[in-house]
Ligand binder design. Structure first.
Ligand code: C5P
Length: 403
């Protein structure tokens, strides 16, 4: 099965006998690397206990909209924003009707209304209820609103009927969930991504570096692989594991990063410079550990590091080149300046004066600036922003080839 590494999934369970299968689905999501939060309607708790789902998901189970204890942990709006994907399995006829009507009379419908995450439903109900004009009309309306339906399957039902209305098997739902993240947007393309900080050695034990966590670059590597690209991730020292299906090269200094980038640059179709490359390095690296000595001050002569992205963008056959600009003031003006000076195709600007997002955080907000267009990506998880950025790059590339 495909992976769902770091995907944040809300698994909604509504009242139906198929609810017992959601325990297995929770386990499969966890095995695939997802972070799962289960939300149950009161009727669902009649079929399977929240305790079972809590043990399998490793997270508290949410059951009520007005639960002060749960709200103190993760409030319903926070939960709605947290999700990368909402899957309702099983989705009862009643739930589908309430969702279609835009009701928010329990936690699960409220979350669906409040979240921008993709929403997928695995219906499960008696075959006559599924085939009824009301349910079919509700399903039709929800399909128009981009709600995804998985199933139902046809066959023998718990009530003894035979026909459409069986919930898809957990394995099939988990597989379909993973496939949601696979697009063909960048298939056949090779993407190089630089990520993390660089370390510039002063002596054998000391270095100059910065606080970059590498999270944005790594999220981009995942998003690019999911879009079908071949990805080389040139990473400074970070504590993140190598994403699946990504070729990772670990480096320390800016000069090593440049060498690794240039090694097979001819194969590169898209270059994304996400690394926080140190602008300067100590001009001389001491061979032995520098001693404290008696002086109260010490001078360090610094040399300018190569500008990796500018070097790539100067090439005659340059890849589609995307830079990042972390700014504390005049964000758009400075970012546009870098776009032009470094000959980039696109720059993703973020305001690092807002300490809640950016560098070490799991969230960010970006403004994508190209020569003619500007697109604001509102605050979201780095995983979501990475997918949006990859989609935008794919779009700009098609516009370029086919104006
Ligand atoms: O000039 P500044 O560091 O703000 O530019 C940011 C962009 O340039 C980022 O995409 C960063 O990865 C890239 N960069 C680089 N090599 C450097 C400095 C920055 O590739 N030496």
């Amino acid at each position: 099965m495909q992976r769902l590494t770091n995907k944040r999934i809300i698994l909604g369970i509504t009242g139906g006998i198929a609810a017992y299968k959601s325990a297995e689905l929770t386990r499969l999501y966890k095995t695939a690397g997802a972070d799962v939060r289960v939300v149950m309607t009161p009727a669902a708790t009649e079929f399977i206990t929240p305790l079972t789902l809590q043990a399998l998901s490793g997270n508290p189970v949410h059951t009520a909209l007005l639960d002060p204890e749960a709200e103190a942990g993760m409030g319903h709006i926070e939960l709605a924003r947290w999700a990368d994907l909402i899957v309702i399995a099983p989705a009862s006829a009643d739930f589908i009707a309430r969702l279609k009507s835009g009701m928010a009379n329990d936690l699960l419908t409220t979350l669906c209304l409040a979240s921008d995450a993709p929403l997928a439903l695995a219906p499960a109900m008696n075959q006559a209820m599924w085939r009824s004009t009301q349910t079919q009309s509700n399903v039709f309306d929800l399909l128009q609103q981009q709600v995804v339906f998985w199933g139902p399957d046809s066959g023998e039902q718990a009530c003894g009927d035979v026909g459409p209305g069986r919930m898809l098997e957990p394995g099939a739902i988990a597989q379909l969930s993973a496939e949601l993240y696979t697009t063909k947007l960048l298939s056949g393309k090779t993407v190089f991504i630089t990520a993390g900080p660089t370390r510039e050695a002063i002596d054998p034990v000391r270095y100059i570096s910065n606080h970059s966590s590498g999270k944005m670059g790594y999220a981009l590597a995942v998003a690019a692989v999911e879009a079908g690209a071949k990805v080389k991730l040139i990473s400074g020292p970070v504590i993140l594991p190598c994403p699946e299906r990504v070729e990772r090269v670990m480096i320390e200094s800016a000069e090593q990063m440049l060498a690794s980038v240039l090694e097979d640059i001819d194969a590169c179709d898209i270059f994304i410079g996400c690394a926080a490359v140190a602008d300067f390095r100590p001009a001389h690296q001491a061979e032995q550990k520098i001693k404290k000595g008696s002086s109260d001050t010490i001078s360090l002569l610094m040399s300018k590091n190569p500008d990796i992205i500018a070097t790539v963008a100067q090439r005659t056959h340059k890849p589609f080149t995307v830079g990042f600009a972390a700014e504390t003031e005049n964000m758009q003006e400075y970012a546009r300046g870098k776009l032009e000076q470094k000959n980039l195709d696109l720059i993703a600007a973020n305001d690092v004066s807002n300490t809640e997002i950016g560098f070490n955080s799991d969230e960010n907000a970006l403004t994508l600036i190209s020569d003619k267009q500007q697109l604001v990506l509102e605050q979201a998880s780095k995983a979501v922003l990475a997918q949006q950025l990859i989609r935008h790059i794919a779009l700009l590339m098609t516009q370029r080839i086919d104006p």
